[in-house]
Write a protein that binds this ligand. Structure first.
Ligand SMILES: NC(=O)c1ccc[n+]([C@@H]2O[C@H](COP(=O)([O-])OP(=O)(O)OC[C@H]3O[C@@H](n4cnc5c(N)ncnc54)[C@H](OP(=O)(O)O)[C@@H]3O)[C@@H](O)[C@H]2O)c1
Length: 320
């Protein structure tokens, strides 16, 4: 049985890892900052020297509540949680020979890559720009997702970006080449459990919905795929872990209407100007990610349509 250490196990993503460890019957130690402040290098190093773990899973980080706008104000916390902490973990794990996995985010990209007639690609940052949107709808096969070798284009290096996205890209850059680790990129988590962090709950609760095109990750599928990579001893490195495909918010709304709320009408923001003037402070990432590397590693993950339909079919509203 592998022995796992998890940081941030009480969080939204961490709790899904705990469920999966229980299902696999993998013993796991959950470390919280209130037990031992793992954000301090000597504390984490002592712990890893004293007890051997086959894998450390880092689900700790600063996401901003209720959304990423909060990171614009709490910049020091955002950097500490998303850059300094992964760097601390990387060095402590390298020092003790502990393999580890880090939860990063697909939000370090914006848009998609549009294939040109000569076979080259042009990055389109804004898929809602009317001329581009028209092509996304008429020729979707021309729009390809970002791969793990593409440089983030929604980052401090390639702005504009939100402070949160910038910190996640910088976190990946900071740990690159240190020890043996996975970077597991998650994108807009959802599942069947109603929760303020669940994309499907958010869409149902927004007074108005912001339409865009995205890749998204079923929370349970993400966790299983991340652990399968390690369990199958796939090469360390970065993996986009999304349900293959893409979906617009409008399509998500149509499915919610069909499955959960027949007759309910949803209002949409008319354009970015209206959305950013009223509902959001910092730019939002919307993007398509390519999951080919994950699939080529032999990891199974459901297509986005199947995962979404399954979540809506088994929807469990939050108890009031
Ligand atoms: N949720 C999403 O939509 C989403 C999308 C893409 C990527 N991610 C990434 O997935 C990871 C987990 O996200 P999550 O949604 O599960 O977050 P969460 O629910 O806020 O939990 C994060 C955990 O991080 C720990 N932590 C360590 N340092 C922290 C700090 N300075 N400030 C706040 N918390 C800190 C806390 O654990 P203790 O205090 O108990 O130790 C907390 O429970 C993050 O790296 C996030 O960037 C999340």
């Amino acid at each position: 049985m592998p022995r796992i250490l998890i940081l941030g196990g009480a969080g939204y993503i961490g709790s899904a890892f705990l469920d999966e460890f229980r299902r696999r019957e993998w013993p796991c130690r959950v470390l919280r900052r209130s037990d031992a402040d793992y954000t301090r290098f000597p504390v984490l190093l002592d712990l890893l020297r004293g007890e051997r773990f086959d894998l450390l899973v880092n689900c700790a980080g600063y996401t901003g509540k209720p959304n990423v706008d909060a990171c614009e104000l709490a910049r020091a916390d955002t950097l500490l949680g998303n850059v300094t902490l992964p760097l601390t973990i990387a060095h402590a794990c390298a020092e003790t020979g502990t393999p580890w996995g880090h939860i990063s985010s697909g939000c370090i990209f914006s848009g998609a890559k549009m294939r040109q007639p000569d076979g080259s690609h042009r990055v389109e940052r804004d898929l809602m720009e009317p001329a581009i949107r028209e092509q996304v709808e008429s020729a979707p096969e021309r729009f390809e997702g970002f791969t793990e070798t593409d440089e983030p284009n929604f980052s401090f290096r390639n702005g504009p970006c939100s402070f949160y996205s910038g910190s996640k890209a910088l976190g990946e850059e900071a740990i690159a080449g240190i020890g043996s680790h996975y970077v597991w990129r998650l994108r807009i988590p959802f599942d069947e459990l109603d929760n303020s962090r669940n994309y499907l709950s958010k869409v149902q609760r927004y007074p108005r919905v912001y339409d865009n095109v995205n890749s998204i990750s079923h929370r349970g599928d993400f966790v299983r795929a991340a652990l399968d990579l390690w369990n199958q001893r796939a090469p360390f490195g970065t993996y986009n872990i999304v349900n293959p495909g893409r979906i617009t918010t409008r399509q998500v709304v149509e499915r919610i209407q069909a499955r959960l709320s027949p007759g309910r009408s949803f209002e949409f923001w008319r354009n970015d100007t209206e959305f950013y003037a009223t509902a959001a402070k910092t730019p939002r990432s919307n993007c398509i990610l390519d999951a080919s590397k994950l699939l080529a590693a032999g990891v199974k993950i459901r297509p986005v349509d199947e995962a979404l339909d399954d979540a809506l079919q088994h929807w469990r509203p939050e108890k009031s």
